[in-house]
Design a protein around this ligand. Structure first.
Ligand code: ZN
Length: 253
């Protein structure tokens, strides 16, 4: 982070062994949560309700937290408070396929209609404000540059620029961790396996949610979803890449 000049007050040093995870209940943020639980002594979660169509993803949050506690008793004591922040105003002004009934497609500027302008910038700012109050010095987020959609606010450069502004504006030290930033979806499943073995992978398949259409009635190898929307497509491809990578790792008979 950039050095701050002309400090009038001592910069607030937040607890570097305590993390706040931006947690949506989706695959990436759930892996980021599991990662954080292996790295930090105290982990809290925050989610945002901005009127998204896949509100079922928000419902997945409590299931994932509950299953981590149930299946990983050694990590459970580290998993602490959860907060859901109402950001319905973001949905009101964004007008995208995630917040109203618009066909999910590519628009003329090369971004999908699911793009909510500035969404991650708003999330990160809100998360930092919350982390400041709760003495959490690390913000963990599952953003990923390899995301199919190329959302510009998933890029590390955009997030780093915002973190400089946040440090200046709050006069506090934060560290941003994005463990999935340069991983493909297949590699992120491999990371999950490395963190928690098949037990974690199975839990993520069963309880995390990605489908933009919110379908939970159809179970596939990679979890629940319509199987047709871009999020399902991405998840299915990532899963088959993961299975292929695992079969390459096995010693030949
Ligand atoms: Zn879907």
């Amino acid at each position: 982070m950039a050095q701050l000049n002309a400090k009038r007050f001592a910069m607030q040093r937040l607890d570097e062994n305590a993390a706040l995870v931006l947690f949506s209940g989706g695959q990436d943020s759930s892996i980021a949560l599991a990662w954080a639980l292996t790295k930090f002594a105290r982990v809290e979660t925050i989610g945002f309700d901005y009127g998204q169509r896949h509100a079922v993803e928000l419902g997945a949050r409590s299931a994932v937290r509950r299953e981590i506690e149930r299946r990983f008793p050694a990590l459970a004591p580290k998993l602490q408070s959860d907060a859901v922040v109402n950001l319905s105003g973001l949905g009101d002004i964004s007008e995208t396929a995630l917040t109203r009934e618009v066909e999910i497609a590519m628009s003329e500027n090369g971004l999908p209609t699911t793009f909510v302008p500035g969404r991650n910038l708003v999330f990160l700012t809100m998360a930092a404000a919350y982390a400041y109050r709760r003495d959490l010095g690390v913000v963990v987020a599952g953003m990923c540059e390899a995301d199919f959609s190329g959302y510009p606010d998933c890029r590390r450069a955009a997030l780093d620029a915002l973190m400089v502004a946040i440090e200046h504006g709050m006069d506090a030290t934060f560290r941003l961790e994005t463990p999935l930033m340069h991983l493909s979806k297949a590699q992120s499943w491999l990371l999950a396996e490395e963190i928690g073995g098949p037990r974690l992978v199975d839990m993520l398949v069963e309880h995390t949610h990605s489908c933009y259409r919110g379908v939970r009635s159809v179970r596939r190898d990679w979890g629940y979803g319509c199987g047709e929307c871009p999020a399902c497509d991405l998840r299915a491809k990532g899963w088959s890449g993961y299975i292929a990578a695992k079969s390459c790792e096995r010693p030949r008979a």
